[in-house]
Design a protein around this ligand. Structure first.
Ligand code: G1P
Length: 297
């Protein structure tokens, strides 16, 4: 069954305090992962899944995002003059990639609030939400699978990843029951960042959602939860608890390659993992990395 969904929402209003001072004057979404800003991977993923209408929920200090997905005449002219068609192609690629819209979040009241801000743009149709800290390898098309499941089940769909128990308090955690499909579970409960040792499972929400528009009504009445923020997880818990609201919630259990760029250590790992596989960098990086690691205690 083909999906009719066309819109992706990308919350990008966070302050990126974990990366200060790099993020003092630059949005964290612009931090390069190898040679592309993190946000471009996410937009490319949306487009690869057929979602060319992208709404970014931004805040102050985010003009670099708009510039990145816009023309830059002077640079284009210089590259053209030099005959550097390879770099010109790279510059134009991000300009033409998607139809990108921007909306400021206003008050930083949490992920649920950021998603609710998309209501006017999205209207009354299902849509995807992609969080920029999670990068999904393009060879493992998670979002495409989620869109397919959404079309089949007419429910809301979240992406789940099995995590180490000690990491469960960093994520929304799901209680699930099996379905007839091997990679698909029905969500019976969700809890945002449960205290250590209290998690109902090791299945964590990673930053990909395909949601029915009824989630907006639920978000309107969702009270602040964990950390005093309006949590998307809490709204999804309500959808999961009553199938009659909007068909319930299903989880696609992802077993592919995912790179976390949310904190400094994971960000460094993501760059190394992606760079060793690159055709232009991997052949030189791999032997160097081996030699370097042999020299470590
Ligand atoms: C958000 C969600 C959380 C989810 C996580 C995935 O948390 O609230 O449920 O597991 O993204 O990356 P954040 O990382 O923004 O604190």
């Amino acid at each position: 069954m083909a999906s009719l969904i066309t819109k992706a929402v990308i919350p990008a209003a966070g302050l990126g305090t974990r990366f200060l001072p790099a993020t003092k004057a630059m949005p964290k979404e612009m931090l390069p992962v190898v040679d592309k800003p993190a946000i471009q991977y996410v937009v490319e993923e949306a487009v690869a899944a057929g979602l060319r209408d992208v709404l970014m929920i931004t805040g102050r200090n985010k003009s670099a995002l708009e510039n990145h997905f816009d023309r830059v005449g002077e640079l284009e002219a210089t590259l053209l003059q030099k005959g550097d068609s390879d770099r010109l192609r790279k510059v134009n690629f991000s300009t033409d990639l998607a139809e990108v819209h921007y909306l400021r979040q206003g008050d930083p009241l949490g992920l649920g609030h950021a998603v609710l801000r998309a209501r006017m743009h999205v209207g009354n149709e299902p849509f995807a939400v992609l969080l920029g800290d999670d990068l999904i390898d393009e060879r493992d098309p998670l979002l495409t699978r989620m869109l397919q499941v959404q079309a089949e089940r007419n429910a809301s769909i979240i992406a789940l990843l099995e995590v180490e128990p000690a990491m469960a308090n960093h994520y929304g955690i799901a209680t699930v029951e099996p379905t007839d499909a091997e990679d698909l579970v029905r969500i019976t409960g969700l809890v945002e960042k449960p205290a250590e040792g209290t998690q109902p499972s090791n299945l964590a929400i990673i930053g990909r959602y395909v949601l029915r528009p009824e989630v907006f009504d639920v978000l309107e009445r969702t009270r602040p939860g964990k950390g005093g923020e309006i949590q998307l997880t809490d709204a999804l818990q309500e959808l999961a608890s009553d199938d009659s609201i909007a068909g319930g919630v299903y989880g696609v259990v992802f077993r592919g390659r995912r790179y976390d760029t949310g904190d400094r250590l994971d960000y460094i790992k993501a760059i190394v993992q992606l760079a060793v596989e690159r055709e232009d960098l991997g052949p030189d990086l791999r032997p160097w990395l081996k030699e370097f690691s042999d020299g470590l205690d």
